[in-house]
Design a protein around this ligand. Structure first.
Ligand SMILES: [Zn+2]
Length: 299
């Protein structure tokens, strides 16, 4: 269990918790992007699946672009292969897929409370921005590989929410908003969990795009492109990029940590509970693990 999601000692009455939760849930658990845009999102067609036009015939090495129609089948495949605990929630319709309606963001996973006559049940929603699948300022849509990686991250969030009492989710959400460092630890831990799940349940006949580590690298690289981080005056938003690098595993960190996960299953728990906060920390951990391997064992 994640330290931010410890069960509550005293459960409050459901109506009180729900009121509390509704307020918090609007603000929290949005795990990808920084502050909302000041302008409301332009209207979009939620399930538009038309392939985006490629300006000037530009091709990138990773030109296998994802489309909106990939989101559901990818979630379905990931849940069935790597998140067995979520299978029941998926087949019972308690995991939803929706587009953001308010403002531009990338992806998020959020819990919400659905009331019925007898009980209140937590449902989970994966949100995405349809513009992730379109060209923007000359920058291409995300690749299938990147989509696979980011959806594995979102499912790692949901896996953590599942089974938590509502009051714990509220508290976790508050910690998420309050503290930048907690938030970075939490997101990095989520990345590590996505990588651990991929190894734990890896299949040998996976398709080219079905590698979570490569997917996360591709996704973060795509998000980090200057063209996708411009302010209204067309300048690159460096602070935003920096914040994102602190909050998530990036590029080489992913490679180093993924190798650690592959080689040292005994480190999984430690990596999830106390994830490296930068490349140096990740490399130091890898170095220590290697040294332990090489030192002669004593009886
Ligand atoms: Zn996240």
């Amino acid at each position: 269990m994640h330290p931010y999601l410890k069960p509550a000692r005293h459960e409050g009455s459901i109506p009180r918790i729900l009121a509390h939760f509704t307020i918090s849930a609007q603000l929290l658990f949005s795990c990808t992007e920084g502050k909302p845009h000041s302008q409301p999102m332009q209207s979009h067609t939620p399930h538009m699946a038309k392939a985006p036009p490629e300006p000037n015939g530009v091709q990138t090495p990773d030109s296998d672009y994802a489309t909106e129609t990939d989101v559901r089948p990818f979630l379905d495949a990931l849940i069935h292969r790597q998140y067995p605990r979520l299978r029941g929630y998926w087949s019972n319709g308690r995991i939803h897929v929706e587009t953001f309606s308010e403002y531009p963001r990338l992806f998020a996973a959020r819990p919400s409370v659905v009331n019925s006559v007898r009980s209140a049940k937590v449902h989970y929603t994966v949100y995405y921005d349809p513009r992730n699948f379109q060209w923007m300022n000359g920058h291409p849509p995300m690749s299938k590989k990147a989509l696979w990686g980011v959806l594995a991250h979102e499912l790692a969030h949901i896996q953590e929410y599942v089974g938590q009492p509502i009051s714990s989710l509220v508290r976790a959400g508050k910690a998420y908003v309050r503290n930048g460092h907690s938030l970075a630890r939490y997101e990095r831990s989520t990345d590590v969990r996505a990588l651990v799940h991929a190894h734990r349940y890896r299949t040998h006949n996976a398709l080219v795009h079905e590698n979570v580590a490569e997917g996360l690298v591709a996704f973060r690289h795509w998000v980090d492109a200057p063209e996708r981080n411009q302010n209204k005056r067309g300048k690159t938003h460096e602070k935003k990029r920096q914040l994102r690098r602190e909050r998530y595993l990036f590029q080489e960190e992913i490679t180093v940590i993924d190798r650690l996960i592959q080689g040292y299953p005994e480190l999984w728990k430690r990596l999830i509970g106390d994830p490296p906060m930068n490349l140096k920390e990740a490399q130091a951990l890898a170095q220590r693990a290697k040294q332990r391997d090489e030192s002669p064992t004593t009886e």
